[in-house]
Design a protein around this ligand. Structure first.
Ligand code: BGC
Length: 760
């Protein structure tokens, strides 16, 4: 029997090496049944398997070695000028190649919401106005995070990777997943969440999905780009512990587990050095500790030196302002090599990395052709959007809409008809189509209910040159029109919130208030229609205090892509049971959120000192006993879930082991639904400051009405470690840990405790 197992394992390994796992598994089964397990036959198979395994490994190694050898030969043949041409942009999204040696340049594109349109060959950001470059608009980062479903991030990655491939891009400038440190950050909607573990799970899945299409993911922005105010000049001071525990984990996971081939350095400085020339971040941590073998690309115009950047880890300088031959990594770099300030060895190392990425992408064998705007991509968008929408309040059970008894619906608010694919600088995409909320409702309720639209408010454009213009003034005539429409309808659905101009790269919001006089609109409509539903569309927290207090039915939605309107309508009408959970805390007041409470946003004299340390997001609110408006992880369903029987397989664990946790989740309502089980762990009586609880595992499960499922979660003990600054190492403390499972970070349903032995 042992022999059988050995042979079987050998075969599995062999097959893995050859990507023939399934075929060979069948082969093994076939052999076992046919050959009656005779010892000498087994020996024969064993020998064949050993040879096969050896050859496979040798082949894989040879393949890598062959590529390395090819890279060696190419680099040897290149002139210094040719090498330098590969290290900088020669147009907004391209770098140079070496045609005489068959080395193509790299073609890149944004990300993360879709493959942006082609730019005019004349230079600058003006569009080429082609008819062939529209693309699928994918849900924004915080929407993907709200699904709490890595499978959705993977599907996003595969689909957007296919589109990047179809548009002939080698590098997709996505995903973006800086931590949501302040609710005001203009790019919160592009980023994922306030939690490093949730970010890491999603980033790894997205990267793997993108790269499955032989397109390099470019994870961004490395690192601590948590505000847009003065992003090009601000210096971030952060403790080593917060850096390691909060801001780096998702980047580390995307490199070490996701195997991302490229990374974008952030605009800001960290501890005095720009991220694009930061030796600690790029050389010590990224390329040293994490063994990153891909390329570091600067953010656009984010390079500030030649010698420092070249020697401190940057590989490629990108930007949008010609003349490109004057870039730091163009003629000045050539001169610096000639002057002996940068060695040719350093240049060769960068070129080698670039060619390595080219072999993974443009020159890879079996490169798929890619797919653009397919119905499968629309379905992916629809599924992500459907799982991302968060039901915040449903006190009167007005939702799902009981359409049989409804004759008329007033659809009110600019956001009901606004599209969100364009805007926000880098993240804009020329969508082939985008279903608005109004269109979604019309699709869902056609011929059944009379729908009347009223604009309700005017969404004024932000004037970046004058941030003092009051965008919040209500428009009384639009409000009056909305009130009249609402009065004459059975149900009023308000679509308010932000938009892709109001939330944008390059600037932070001034405060959390709902813009454009939306609160006055909500008040006026709510006063005349008792069946008012408030739907907020946005990518970051807003002030919903008054709405939470006065309104009984509240739904949160996002910039949810080409199919966003259909998904939203299907949630409202009950075809989809909402299962989204908030990826960040909504504070009651801005000054209760950590960076603002400690007055460290946007920084003083261009230095932002992250005084809150590790207490970011719910870690802060929980530990300081500050009640949030809506907690991290919160989201209701049309059914209810009951948790029970949380237990671990053992009571004591040691570093290096894995904790297996199981619990039961029962759907106590009448509708099938998905629930995200969140497992938090807290260390009691620690020698260092600890957050009350930290997310360590989660799983989204479908539970049929009236049924119960058993959910099992695995937590590596080492993930309970804190970073010890004095010893510069991760430490798993001995003692008691509390396990808390719940429907949000605040709604803990079941608990257990374990004891750690043998830690440091
Ligand atoms: C953004 C990047 C983006 C790049 C190219 C920069 O301003 O920070 O995220 O990829 O522009 O559009």
């Amino acid at each position: 029997m042992v022999e059988e197992r050995v042979i079987s394992e050998l075969f599995k390994f062999t097959c893995l090496c050859n990507n023939l796992y399934l075929i060979n598994n069948k082969f093994v089964t076939f052999l076992f049944t046919q050959l009656d397990m005779k010892k000498n036959v087994l020996r024969f198979i064993g020998t064949v398997a050993c040879i096969f395994t050896f050859l496979s490994i040798a082949f894989a190694q040879n393949n890598d070695e062959a590529i390395e050898a090819k890279i060696d030969q190419l680099v040897k043949k290149m002139t210094l000028e040719e090498k330098i041409a590969m290290l900088h942009a020669n147009s907004i999204f391209n770098t140079g190649g070496v045609a005489r040696l068959g080395i193509p340049g790299l073609s890149m594109d944004d990300g993360p919401l879709g493959i942006r349109e082609e730019l005019s060959p004349g230079g600058g950001w003006s569009p080429a106005n082609l008819t062939t470059d529209s693309a699928t608009f994918f849900p924004n980062g915080s929407a993907i995070a709200a699904t709490w479903n890595p499978e959705m991030a993977k599907r996003y990655g595969v689909a957007i990777g296919e589109e990047a491939r179809a548009r002939n891009k080698d590098i997709l400038l996505a995903p973006a997943f800086n931590i949501a440190r302040t609710p005001l950050c203009g790019r919160t909607y592009e980023y994922y969440s306030e939690d490093p573990f949730l970010n890491a799970q999603l980033a790894v899945a997205a990267v793997k999905g993108i790269q499955s299409q032989h397109v390099a993911a470019c994870v961004k922005h490395f690192v601590l780009n948590n505000q847009e105010t003065e992003r090009g000049r601000v210096n971030v001071e952060v403790s080593e512990r917060a850096l390691r525990e909060i801001y780096l984990p998702a980047f580390k996971a995307s490199i070490k587990e996701g195997n991302a081939w490229t990374i974008m350095s952030a605009y800001n400085k960290v501890r005095g050095n720009y991220c694009s020339e930061n030796p600690y971040l790029l050389n010590t941590i990224l390329k040293g500790e994490w063994g990153f073998t891909g390329i570091v690309i600067s953010d656009w115009g984010g390079t500030h030196s030649t010698v420092e950047a070249a020697n401190n880890g940057l590989d490629v300088e990108m930007g949008s302002r010609p003349p490109y031959e004057n870039y730091y990594f163009a003629k000045p770099l050539l001169d610096s090599v000639r002057a002996g300030k940068v060695t040719e060895k350093t240049i060769d190392e960068k070129v080698r990395r670039i060619i390595w990425v080219i072999y993974k992408t443009a020159l890879s064998s079996n490169r798929p052709k890619g797919l653009l705007n397919t119905s499968a991509h629309s379905k992916t968008v629809y599924d992500i959007a459907s799982e991302s929408i968060v039901l915040l309040k449903n006190e009167k059970h007005l939702l799902p809409l009981h359409t049989a008894g409804i004759k008329s619906i007033a659809v009110i608010g600019d956001n009901a008809t606004r599209t969100n694919h364009l805007g926000g600088f880098g993240a804009g995409v020329k969508a082939r189509y985008e279903i608005t909320p109004l269109q979604g409702l019309q699709n869902a309720l056609r011929n059944k209910v009379q729908i009347t639209f009223a604009q309700g408010y005017r969404a004024r454009k932000v004037n970046p040159g004058n941030r003092n213009v009051d965008l919040n003034l209500p428009d009384s005539s639009l409000i009056q029109e909305a009130v009249n429409t609402a009065k004459n309808s059975d149900v009023a659905i308000l679509f308010i919130g932000g938009n892709r101009d109001y939330e944008s790269e390059g600037r932070d919001r001034k405060d959390l208030s709902l813009p454009f006089g939306e609160q006055s609109l909500v008040d006026a409509v709510t006063a005349v229609n008792a069946n008012t539903i408030v739907v907020i569309i946005g990518g970051a927290p807003y002030d919903l205090n008054k709405i939470k207090k006065n309104n009984h039915t509240i739904v949160w939605s996002w910039y949810n892509g080409s199919e966003g309107g259909n998904a939203l309508a299907n949630v409202l009408t009950g075809k989809v049971n909402p299962s989204g959970k908030l990826p960040f805390t909504f504070p009651v007041a801005l000054d209760e959120s950590p960076a603002h409470y400690l007055n460290t946003f946007p920084g003083d004299s261009l230095t932002a000192t992250y005084k809150e340390g590790i207490l970011v997001g719910y870690r802060w609110y929980d530990t300081k006993n500050i009640a949030p408006l809506y907690p991290f992880g919160y989201g209701l369903s049309y059914t209810t879930f009951k948790y029970s029987s949380l237990h671990t397989t053992r009571k004591s664990y040691k570093p290096g082991e894995t904790i297996t946790v199981t619990l039961n989740v029962r759907n106590a309502g009448k509708m099938d639904g998905k629930e995200t089980v969140q497992l938090y762990i807290g260390k009691r009586g620690s020698v260092v400051e600890r957050a009350d609880k930290e997310l360590k595992a989660f799983k989204k499960v479908m539970v049929q009405a009236g049924k119960e499922v058993s959910v099992s979660l695995s937590i590596p003990v080492n993930s309970l470690a804190y970073y010890d600054e004095k010893r510069s190492q991760w430490v798993v403390e001995p003692g008691d840990y509390q396990l808390m499972a719940g429907t949000s970070s605040k709604d803990i349903e079941v608990t257990a405790s374990i004891n750690m032995i043998g830690g440091k």
